[in-house]
Design a protein around this ligand. Structure first.
Ligand code: BGC
Length: 463
C-alpha cells in the first residue's frame, strides 16, 4: 500500500476505533446486568434562569456581580451567560437528544415583573414558547419560581427580610399561574432556601451580603409564608403538585470519637436540613444552634403545604469543634475522599441516608431528586458519579422509598454564582468564546441510562 493511502485509511480507521472503544464502554455483555427503574420514573435535568439566560440586568444578582470590588471569583459576571434566552430551541433539542422525560427550569421573576406591579407580557410569552417547545418533544416541565434571584425593586425594598415580601411574591406567582398554569403541573416555589439564607445572611457571599445569624429569622419565616401562600394559589389548578427543592447535606463529626463534635454535627444538620421541612409538616419553626441562635414560632398556615419533597444532594461536611479558632464550629470537607473540582467530597452513600431519613420523617410524601451533579471539567468522574448516586437511589427504591424521579444538575455549563464560570457542571460543554455546545462523554452515558431505564452493572454471578 502506498504511504498516502495508509495515511488515508488511518484517518478513517482512527475515529472508528475511538468510536467503538467509546461506545463499547457502556455496552451490555454476558457479564453485566441492568438494574431497572420503575416504568414511570422521571429522568430529568435541571437548570436555573440566571445561570444560563444572560442579560438578567434587573435582579439583585446582577447588581451584586457588578459591585466593586468584585464579589465573584476572577471578577466575572453572568453577562450573556450562555445566551440561553436566544437559544431556547437549540437547547430544548439537547434535552430531546438526551431523552429526558422531564425538565426542571426556572422563570426569572425580574423579567416578568421588572417594576413592582408591572408585568411584562413579552417575557411571559417567551416562557410560553419554551413550554410549547418542550411539549413538542413530550418533555414535562417542572417550573421553579424562585432560584436565588429577586428583582432589584424587591431587594431594594428589603427583600426577604421585609414583612410584605410574601405578598409581593404572591402577586408574581398569581400572574404566572394565570398565564402558565394550564401547561404546568409540577412547581418548585423556592430553590434551596437554606442555602440562599446561609450564603446571603450568615456567610455574606450571596446578596444581600449580611453576616449576622440573627438576621436569618425574617427570611426564614417570610419565605415559608410565601411558599404556603403560593402553594394555595397554585392549587387552583387541580393537577398541581407543589414542593420546594431542599438542599440536604450529610453532616458528620470530624472525629467520630469526639462527643462534642457528634453533638454539633447533629445540631447543625437539624438546623440546616430539617428546620424548614419540619415547619412545613408541623407548623412550628424551631431553630437552635449553640452560641448562634435560638428561635421558635408556630405558624399554622405552614402545615401540610408540600405535595412532594424536592431533594438537592451534593456532598458531606465534617463538623469540627474549634474552641480556639475564630469560630467554635468549623465545617470542612473530608481530606481522605475523592473530590469534585470545587473540592466537594464525592459521597454517594449520603444520598441513600438522606432518602432514608426523609422517608422516615415524612412518610406520606414522595421524593423527587431535584438536583445532583458534579463540577468536573475533565469529565473524568461524572459518569461514575452518576452511576454511584443512581445505585443509591435504586437501593432506596428497592426498600420501598417513593422516589419519583432524578434531575441531573445540569444540562449545560453555566454561571456558577459566586464561583463564576470556572466550575463545569454540564453534561454539555460550552465554549465561552463561540457559545458552542458539545456533549461530554457523560452525556452519552446518561442518555444510555435513560434509554435502558436502568444502570448497567457487573452481574452478581461474576462477583
Ligand atoms: C444550586 C445551583 C448550583 C448548584 C451547584 C445548587 O446549590 O441550586 O444553582 O449551580 O448547586 O453549586
Amino acid at each position: 500500500m502506498k504511504k498516502k493511502s495508509i495515511f488515508k485509511s488511518c484517518l478513517i480507521a482512527f475515529p472508528l476505533i475511538i468510536f467503538t472503544l467509546y461506545s463499547h464502554s457502556f455496552e451490555a455483555d454476558s457479564s453485566s446486568e441492568v438494574l431497572t427503574f420503575p416504568e414511570n420514573f422521571k429522568w430529568c435535568v435541571a437548570t436555573a434562569a440566571h445561570q444560563i439566560e444572560g442579560g438578567n440586568e434587573n435582579n439583585d444578582w446582577w447588581e451584586w456581580e457588578h459591585s466593586v470590588p468584585s464579589k465573584i471569583k476572577n471578577g466575572e459576571n453572568s453577562g450573556l451567560a450562555i445566551d440561553h434566552w436566544n437559544k431556547v430551541a437549540e437547547d430544548t433539542k439537547l434535552l430531546k437528544d438526551l431523552g429526558v422525560k422531564q425538565y426542571r427550569f426556572s422563570i426569572e421573576w425580574s423579567r416578568i415583573e421588572p417594576k413592582e406591579g408591572v408585568f411584562n407580557l413579552e417575557a411571559i410569552h417567551h416562557y410560553k414558547d419554551e413550554l410549547k417547545e418542550l411539549q413538542k418533544y413530550g418533555i414535562a416541565p417542572m417550573v421553579t419560581l424562585h432560584h436565588f434571584t429577586s428583582p432589584l425593586w424587591f431587594a431594594k425594598m428589603g427583600g426577604w427580610s421585609h414583612p410584605d415580601s410574601p405578598q409581593k411574591f404572591l402577586q408574581f406567582v398569581k400572574f404566572v399561574n394565570q398565564q402558565l398554569g394550564a401547561s404546568v403541573d409540577q412547581w418548585i416555589t423556592f430553590n434551596e432556601p437554606m442555602v440562599m439564607i446561609a450564603a446571603g445572611y450568615i456567610n455574606g457571599v450571596f446578596p444581600p451580603g449580611i453576616k449576622d445569624w440573627k438576621s436569618v429569622i425574617g427570611p426564614i419565616r417570610n419565605i415559608l409564608i410565601a411558599h404556603s401562600l403560593s402553594y394555595k394559589e397554585l392549587h387552583r389548578n387541580k393537577n398541581a403538585q407543589v414542593g420546594i427543592a431542599h438542599h440536604l447535606r450529610i453532616m458528620h463529626p470530624y472525629n467520630k470519637l469526639n462527643p462534642i463534635e457528634w453533638y454539633l454535627a447533629n445540631k447543625l444538620s437539624k438546623a440546616f436540613n430539617w428546620t424548614l421541612l419540619n415547619a412545613l409538616q408541623t407548623g412550628t419553626i424551631s431553630l437552635s444552634v449553640p452560641t448562634k441562635i435560638e428561635y421558635e414560632e408556630y405558624l399554622p398556615q405552614l402545615k401540610d403545604t408540600q405535595d412532594f419533597i424536592g431533594v438537592n444532594y451534593y456532598s458531606r461536611d465534617l463538623v469540627k469543634f474549634t474552641p480556639k479558632g475564630k469560630d467554635i464550629i468549623t465545617v470542612v470537607p473530608n481530606d481522605k475522599s475523592p473530590k469534585s473540582d470545587l473540592n466537594w467530597e464525592i459521597y454517594p452513600e449520603g444520598l441513600y441516608d438522606i432518602l432514608k431519613s426523609v422517608s422516615e420523617k415524612f412518610e406520606n410524601l414522595p421524593v423527587f431528586i431535584t438536583e445532583n451533579g458534579i463540577a468536573d471539567k475533565s469529565d473524568s468522574r461524572r459518569a461514575d458519579f452518576l452511576k454511584q448516586h443512581l445505585l443509591q437511589i435504586h437501593h432506596a427504591l428497592e426498600e420501598g422509598i417513593n422516589v419519583l424521579g432524578y434531575c441531573h444538575w445540569t444540562l449545560i455549563d453555566n454561571f456558577e454564582w459566586a464561583e463564576g464560570r470556572g466550575p463545569r457542571f454540564g453534561l454539555y460543554d460550552v465554549d465561552y468564546k463561540t457559545l458552542k455546545r458539545t456533549p461530554r462523554k457523560s452525556a452519552r452515558y446518561y442518555q444510555e441510562i435513560i434509554e435502558r431505564n436502568g444502570i448497567l452493572v457487573e452481574s452478581k454471578n461474576n462477583l
